[in-house]
Design a protein around this ligand. Structure first.
Ligand code: IMP
Ligand code: MG
Length: 168
């Protein structure tokens, strides 16, 4: 594995995202919705660096169908426990690759009538995109590598690495 983004760079960028998001949501309470499992570390740091009041909830998704990852078929396997109606909601993702996951979830959650619905992704891989989807806030734009660390896994391993690494 090769180090792509150091722990210090990640922390600096998450701080700056938290500042920007806190400014944009000033005076409002934000419901952070983390997409399990990959977003759990990013969301924990983001939540602690934000200065607006936050609440948290989580969803878990699974891909299904033939050729799973590229098929674009996604379903919710663990739903939210909070109603979104009238809330300011920020969907928190680890990485946008094909775009299927966030695109699907965005439309599913929009139907629940939040007051606002925005998306933040720690990483963006525009080179992998199969459907047009752009997160509102992005930590780092990277090449189409497979990466691990800071919540991201390879067969469930490496989520606890503090930096972000390219798997060779
Ligand atoms: P998308 O639906 O293709 O945008 O994929 C998003 C999901 O695929 C993420 O939530 C990750 O779980 C997984 N994923 C995509 N790229 C990577 C990667 O480089 N490392 C680890 N997981 C990834
Ligand atoms: Mg994920």
């Amino acid at each position: 594995m090769e180090l792509l983004i150091t722990e210090e760079e990640v922390q600096r960028r998450v701080s700056s995202l938290a500042r920007k998001i806190s400014r944009d949501f000033a005076g409002r309470e934000v419901l952070l919705v983390g997409i399990l499992k990959g977003a759990f570390i990013f969301m924990a740091d983001l939540a602690r660096k934000m200065t607006t009041p936050v609440k948290v909830d989580f969803v878990r998704l699974a891909s299904y169908g033939r050729g799973t990852h590229s098929s674009g078929k996604v379903k919710i396997t663990k739903d939210l426990e909070t109603s979104l109606r009238g809330k300011d909601v920020l969907l928190v993702e680890d990485v946008v690759d094909t775009g299927f996951t966030l695109n699907y979830l965005f439309h599913r959650l929009q139907a629940r009538r939040p007051r606002s619905l925005k998306t933040v992704s720690l990483l963006d891989k525009p080179g992998g995109r199969k459907i047009d989807f752009q997160a509102d806030y992005i930590g780092f734009t990277i090449e189409n590598h497979f990466v691990v660390g800071y919540g991201l896994d390879y067969n469930e391993a490496y989520r606890n690495l503090r930096g972000i690494y390219v798997v060779k």
